[in-house]
Design a protein around this ligand. Structure first.
Ligand SMILES: *Cc1c(COP(=O)(O)O)cnc(C)c1O
Length: 391
């Protein structure tokens, strides 16, 4: 394979719940969930059944036809959110690509070719297609590949003055992650989201919430926007949506979709695939239940309390940010840049964690992790911290 990844030496071969086993039969507690993807853990019986049942019926039929799992999933997503229309695709980047194209199309249709400016935030991540790396706020992902698409402005999160300078009559979209994931699990202040909403409305620009990582129960709300009091015009999601089966979705209103995403304007060969939609529907049925979401919040509070205590014991974290079962442990300045190395140490201690940039250890567990798995993982995390930071 091309060397764009630098995988750890551990090769997981089997999983069950929040445990994974490697080629040597060693077990690990999975605190990464495949980067916030396996929202119901590994080998969940309900998802297995949904996959097997659909696999025996039909795998793929293309978008020349529709299919029952896609229709059902779209109806459920619309019933549970602000949305009235859904576009299915296969990843977060594709969902954002669709959102950005739709926002541009809408603005150009309504106001002409000048209204193409997209406001985005430094440090944000929206995927790896050329449009989404250009909109994402991390130059290292978008530079060195020739000219980037025009009309994209990056400003700092929470910089109200810069925002007011940047937004204008040619703004077609403002795109933000309500909780910034790859840059450290940082929740955006609700008053700032409100300001984005007001400015987008004032200039008739689309407000896009990238909930690829924050969506599908991750924060303890079904979608993070539901806890902010601010409603977007377009919402993108993927990662946890399929519980491990690749699927992405862009959600929007009928007014926007029906006028501007007409037949032929956008598409996808695999988008809305029946297998993906069947598994996502089964996943959605579980994570959208109030009981499961309440459990996410209870377990998240427990995990945050223990992680803060671990941080005090070894003097390693300056802050532990909790957004549901999605936690960012920010290293103290003396350990700056060492999150990646800690990830290896944690694996040696039998717990698989993530990073979010060089200074934040990120944890994203299954949303249905058991108390036993959570505490065993935290015990192993404690041992890893002792070896790595106290040694
Ligand atoms: C992971 C992620 C993406 C990209 O998703 P892919 O499925 O890798 O294309 C986009 N936005 C956010 C916020 C993400 O966390």
């Amino acid at each position: 394979m091309v060397p764009v990844f630098a995988p750890l030496s551990v090769v997981p071969v089997r999983g069950e719940g929040s445990r994974l086993w490697d080629q040597q039969g060693r077990d690990y507690i999975d605190f990464g969930a495949g980067v916030a993807v396996t929202s119901l853990g590994h080998a969940h019986p309900v998802l297995l059944k949904a996959l097997q049942e659909q696999a025996a019926k039909v795998w793929h039929i293309s978008n020349y036809y529709t299919n029952e799992p896609a229709l059902r999933l779209a109806a459920k997503l619309c019933a549970a959110t602000f949305a009235e229309r859904v576009f299915f695709c296969n990843s977060g980047a594709e969902a954002n690509e669709a959102a950005l194209k739709l926002a541009r199309k809408r603005a150009v249709d309504k106001y002409g070719p000048e209204k193409i400016d997209i406001i985005a935030f430094n440090g944000s991540f929206h995927g790896r297609t050329f449009f989404t790396v250009s909109v994402g706020g991390q130059a290292k992902y978008s530079s060195g590949m020739g000219p980037n698409p025009a009309g994209i402005v990056h400003i700092d999160l929470h910089d109200e003055a810069a925002l007011r300078r940047a937004v204008g009559k040619n703004t077609c979209a403002i795109i933000v992650e309500p909780v910034v994931g790859e840059s450290g699990v940082v929740p955006v202040k609700p008053e700032f989201l409100k300001l984005l909403r007001d400015l987008a409305t004032e200039h008739d620009a689309a407000l896009i919430f990238d909930e690829v990582q924050s969506g599908n129960g991750r924060t303890g709300a079904l979608y993070a926007y539901m806890n902010t009091g601010v409603q977007p015009d377009i919402l993108t999601t993927a990662k946890g949506l399929g519980g491990g089966f690749p699927i992405g979705a862009m959600l929007t209103t009928a007014a926007i979709a029906d006028a501007h995403f007409t037949p032929g304007v956008h598409g996808s060969t695999f988008g809305g695939n029946p297998l993906a939609c069947a598994v996502a529907e089964a996943t959605f049925d579980i994570i959208s239940s109030p009981e499961v979401l309440a459990e996410v919040r209870r377990k998240a509070a427990h995990a945050a309390t223990r992680l803060r205590a671990i941080g005090e014991k070894y003097g390693c974290f300056q802050e532990v940010r909790e957004s549901g079962l999605w936690l960012g442990c920010e290293l103290k300045p003396e350990y700056a840049g060492r999150a990646g190395a800690f990830m290896g140490a944690a694996a040696e201690s039998g717990v698989l964690v993530l990073v979010a940039g060089p200074n934040v250890v990120r944890i994203a567990t299954s949303l249905v992790i058991t108390d036993e798995e959570l505490d065993t993982g935290l015990d192993r995390f404690d041992s890893a911290c002792q070896r790595f930071f106290a040694a």
